[in-house]
Design a protein around this ligand. Structure first.
Ligand code: PRP
Length: 202
Protein backbone atom coordinates (compact mmCIF):
# COMPACT_ATOMS: atom_id res chain seq x y z
CA UNK A 1 0.00 0.00 0.00
CA UNK A 2 1.16 3.53 -0.80
CA UNK A 3 0.11 6.30 1.58
CA UNK A 4 -0.40 9.71 -0.04
CA UNK A 5 -0.77 13.06 1.73
CA UNK A 6 -2.77 15.55 -0.31
CA UNK A 7 -3.02 19.25 0.50
CA UNK A 8 -6.41 20.78 1.27
CA UNK A 9 -7.15 23.89 -0.72
CA UNK A 10 -6.03 25.15 -4.08
CA UNK A 11 -3.94 22.13 -5.14
CA UNK A 12 -6.23 19.41 -3.71
CA UNK A 13 -8.87 19.48 -6.41
CA UNK A 14 -6.42 19.19 -9.29
CA UNK A 15 -4.40 16.47 -7.52
CA UNK A 16 -7.55 14.42 -6.93
CA UNK A 17 -8.49 14.81 -10.58
CA UNK A 18 -5.11 13.38 -11.62
CA UNK A 19 -5.55 10.38 -9.31
CA UNK A 20 -9.16 9.93 -10.46
CA UNK A 21 -7.93 9.67 -14.06
CA UNK A 22 -5.17 7.21 -13.09
CA UNK A 23 -7.50 4.93 -11.14
CA UNK A 24 -10.36 5.47 -13.59
CA UNK A 25 -12.69 6.09 -10.70
CA UNK A 26 -13.61 9.24 -8.79
CA UNK A 27 -11.30 9.77 -5.83
CA UNK A 28 -13.43 11.82 -3.50
CA UNK A 29 -13.37 12.24 0.26
CA UNK A 30 -16.77 11.83 1.96
CA UNK A 31 -17.92 15.09 3.53
CA UNK A 32 -15.56 15.69 6.51
CA UNK A 33 -13.57 12.47 6.15
CA UNK A 34 -9.81 12.90 6.07
CA UNK A 35 -8.83 9.42 5.00
CA UNK A 36 -9.79 7.26 2.03
CA UNK A 37 -8.60 3.84 0.94
CA UNK A 38 -8.83 2.85 -2.73
CA UNK A 39 -6.99 0.37 -4.95
CA UNK A 40 -4.24 -0.28 -2.42
CA UNK A 41 -3.62 3.44 -1.94
CA UNK A 42 -4.37 5.35 1.24
CA UNK A 43 -5.19 9.00 0.63
CA UNK A 44 -5.06 11.47 3.49
CA UNK A 45 -6.15 15.07 3.42
CA UNK A 46 -3.91 17.46 5.37
CA UNK A 47 -3.18 21.18 5.55
CA UNK A 48 -0.74 22.10 2.80
CA UNK A 49 1.83 23.27 5.37
CA UNK A 50 1.68 19.81 7.00
CA UNK A 51 2.20 17.63 3.91
CA UNK A 52 5.99 17.49 4.22
CA UNK A 53 5.70 16.72 7.95
CA UNK A 54 3.53 13.64 7.26
CA UNK A 55 5.94 12.55 4.56
CA UNK A 56 9.12 13.26 6.53
CA UNK A 57 7.87 11.30 9.55
CA UNK A 58 6.76 8.44 7.28
CA UNK A 59 3.07 8.65 8.15
CA UNK A 60 2.77 9.13 4.37
CA UNK A 61 5.07 7.66 1.72
CA UNK A 62 4.51 10.45 -0.75
CA UNK A 63 2.80 13.83 -0.80
CA UNK A 64 1.92 16.77 -2.98
CA UNK A 65 3.18 20.15 -1.90
CA UNK A 66 3.90 23.58 -3.36
CA UNK A 67 7.58 24.52 -3.70
CA UNK A 68 6.85 27.70 -1.74
CA UNK A 69 5.49 25.68 1.18
CA UNK A 70 8.53 23.39 1.11
CA UNK A 71 10.79 26.43 1.03
CA UNK A 72 9.02 27.94 4.05
CA UNK A 73 9.06 24.69 6.07
CA UNK A 74 12.20 22.93 4.83
CA UNK A 75 12.37 19.20 5.61
CA UNK A 76 14.64 16.59 4.09
CA UNK A 77 12.41 14.89 1.51
CA UNK A 78 12.99 13.73 -2.05
CA UNK A 79 11.42 15.80 -4.82
CA UNK A 80 10.15 13.22 -7.29
CA UNK A 81 8.52 15.37 -9.93
CA UNK A 82 7.06 18.74 -10.80
CA UNK A 83 3.32 18.36 -11.35
CA UNK A 84 3.08 21.82 -12.93
CA UNK A 85 -0.22 22.48 -11.17
CA UNK A 86 -0.91 25.09 -8.49
CA UNK A 87 1.41 27.49 -10.29
CA UNK A 88 1.99 30.72 -8.44
CA UNK A 89 4.79 33.07 -7.43
CA UNK A 90 5.99 34.53 -4.17
CA UNK A 91 6.40 38.29 -4.47
CA UNK A 92 7.15 41.43 -2.54
CA UNK A 93 4.13 43.72 -2.85
CA UNK A 94 3.38 47.28 -1.86
CA UNK A 95 0.75 50.00 -2.24
CA UNK A 96 0.50 51.12 -5.85
CA UNK A 97 0.59 54.75 -4.67
CA UNK A 98 3.75 54.40 -2.60
CA UNK A 99 5.95 51.39 -3.31
CA UNK A 100 8.46 50.51 -0.61
CA UNK A 101 10.84 53.17 0.69
CA UNK A 102 14.07 51.21 1.03
CA UNK A 103 15.77 54.30 2.47
CA UNK A 104 13.93 53.79 5.74
CA UNK A 105 16.24 52.33 8.42
CA UNK A 106 13.92 49.29 8.81
CA UNK A 107 10.96 48.23 6.73
CA UNK A 108 7.96 46.33 8.01
CA UNK A 109 6.83 43.35 5.95
CA UNK A 110 3.61 41.45 6.67
CA UNK A 111 3.56 37.82 5.54
CA UNK A 112 2.50 34.28 6.28
CA UNK A 113 5.97 33.22 5.08
CA UNK A 114 8.44 34.66 7.63
CA UNK A 115 11.25 32.26 6.76
CA UNK A 116 11.28 33.07 3.02
CA UNK A 117 10.90 36.77 3.84
CA UNK A 118 13.78 36.95 6.30
CA UNK A 119 16.08 34.99 4.03
CA UNK A 120 15.26 37.11 1.00
CA UNK A 121 15.83 40.46 2.70
CA UNK A 122 18.90 39.35 4.64
CA UNK A 123 20.49 38.23 1.33
CA UNK A 124 19.95 41.79 0.13
CA UNK A 125 21.20 43.20 3.45
CA UNK A 126 17.93 45.09 3.95
CA UNK A 127 16.82 45.26 7.61
CA UNK A 128 13.20 44.11 8.02
CA UNK A 129 10.73 43.58 10.80
CA UNK A 130 8.56 40.65 9.85
CA UNK A 131 4.94 40.76 10.96
CA UNK A 132 3.50 37.25 10.87
CA UNK A 133 -0.09 37.02 9.67
CA UNK A 134 -2.25 34.01 8.85
CA UNK A 135 -4.25 35.37 5.90
CA UNK A 136 -5.65 38.46 4.16
CA UNK A 137 -2.05 39.65 3.91
CA UNK A 138 -2.95 42.28 1.29
CA UNK A 139 -4.81 44.29 3.93
CA UNK A 140 -1.71 45.05 6.00
CA UNK A 141 -0.14 47.89 3.92
CA UNK A 142 -3.56 49.41 3.24
CA UNK A 143 -4.17 50.12 6.91
CA UNK A 144 -0.62 50.96 7.98
CA UNK A 145 0.27 47.66 9.61
CA UNK A 146 3.26 47.26 7.28
CA UNK A 147 5.23 48.95 4.47
CA UNK A 148 4.86 45.96 2.21
CA UNK A 149 3.98 42.28 2.02
CA UNK A 150 5.50 39.02 0.93
CA UNK A 151 2.72 36.86 -0.42
CA UNK A 152 1.60 34.38 -3.03
CA UNK A 153 0.22 35.65 -6.30
CA UNK A 154 -1.70 33.33 -8.56
CA UNK A 155 -3.99 35.35 -10.83
CA UNK A 156 -2.96 38.73 -9.38
CA UNK A 157 -6.61 39.63 -8.74
CA UNK A 158 -6.30 40.05 -4.98
CA UNK A 159 -3.39 42.48 -5.28
CA UNK A 160 -4.97 44.40 -8.17
CA UNK A 161 -8.32 44.76 -6.45
CA UNK A 162 -6.60 46.07 -3.34
CA UNK A 163 -4.45 48.59 -5.23
CA UNK A 164 -1.17 46.80 -4.59
CA UNK A 165 1.67 46.24 -7.03
CA UNK A 166 4.33 43.57 -7.33
CA UNK A 167 7.67 45.15 -6.49
CA UNK A 168 9.89 42.09 -6.89
CA UNK A 169 9.48 38.37 -7.50
CA UNK A 170 11.12 36.10 -4.93
CA UNK A 171 10.36 32.71 -6.49
CA UNK A 172 8.11 30.74 -8.82
CA UNK A 173 6.25 27.83 -7.35
CA UNK A 174 4.23 24.82 -8.45
CA UNK A 175 3.10 21.60 -6.82
CA UNK A 176 5.70 18.84 -6.55
CA UNK A 177 5.41 15.17 -5.70
CA UNK A 178 7.65 14.42 -2.72
CA UNK A 179 8.69 11.24 -0.95
CA UNK A 180 10.65 10.27 2.14
CA UNK A 181 13.94 8.44 1.63
CA UNK A 182 12.85 5.27 3.44
CA UNK A 183 9.69 4.81 1.39
CA UNK A 184 11.62 5.61 -1.75
CA UNK A 185 13.94 2.66 -1.14
CA UNK A 186 11.33 0.31 0.33
CA UNK A 187 8.66 0.95 -2.31
CA UNK A 188 10.76 2.16 -5.21
CA UNK A 189 9.04 0.15 -7.96
CA UNK A 190 5.52 1.06 -6.87
CA UNK A 191 6.44 4.72 -6.48
CA UNK A 192 8.24 4.95 -9.82
CA UNK A 193 5.37 3.21 -11.56
CA UNK A 194 2.95 5.72 -10.00
CA UNK A 195 5.22 8.59 -11.17
CA UNK A 196 5.08 7.24 -14.72
CA UNK A 197 1.26 7.05 -14.55
CA UNK A 198 1.05 10.61 -13.20
CA UNK A 199 3.40 11.86 -15.92
CA UNK A 200 1.04 10.47 -18.57
CA UNK A 201 -1.88 12.39 -17.09
CA UNK A 202 -0.14 15.78 -16.94
C1 PRP B 1 -3.65 33.49 -1.34
C2 PRP B 1 -2.62 34.59 -1.24
C3 PRP B 1 -3.34 35.76 -1.81
C4 PRP B 1 -4.22 35.13 -2.88
C5 PRP B 1 -3.58 35.31 -4.23
O1 PRP B 1 -4.49 33.58 -0.27
O2 PRP B 1 -2.21 34.78 0.10
O3 PRP B 1 -4.12 36.41 -0.86
O4 PRP B 1 -4.31 33.75 -2.57
O5 PRP B 1 -4.36 34.79 -5.28
P1 PRP B 1 -4.68 35.65 -6.57
O6 PRP B 1 -3.39 36.21 -7.10
O7 PRP B 1 -5.28 34.64 -7.51
O8 PRP B 1 -5.66 36.72 -6.20
P2 PRP B 1 -5.54 32.45 0.08
O9 PRP B 1 -6.59 32.37 -0.96
O10 PRP B 1 -4.81 31.17 0.33
O11 PRP B 1 -6.24 33.01 1.39
P3 PRP B 1 -5.65 33.62 2.75
O12 PRP B 1 -5.66 35.11 2.58
O13 PRP B 1 -6.61 33.14 3.78
O14 PRP B 1 -4.27 33.08 2.96
Amino acid sequence: MIKIALPKGRIAKESLEIFSRIFETKIEFDDRKLILEKHNFLFMLVRSQDVATYVYHQAADIGIVGLDVLEEHPLKVVKLMNLNIGKCRVVVGARADGGIDYLKPRIKIATKMPHITLRYFSQKAIPVDVIKLYGSIELAPLVGLSDGIVDIVETGDTMRQNNLIEVEKIMDSSAHLICNLNSFYAKKNEILSLCAKIQKEL
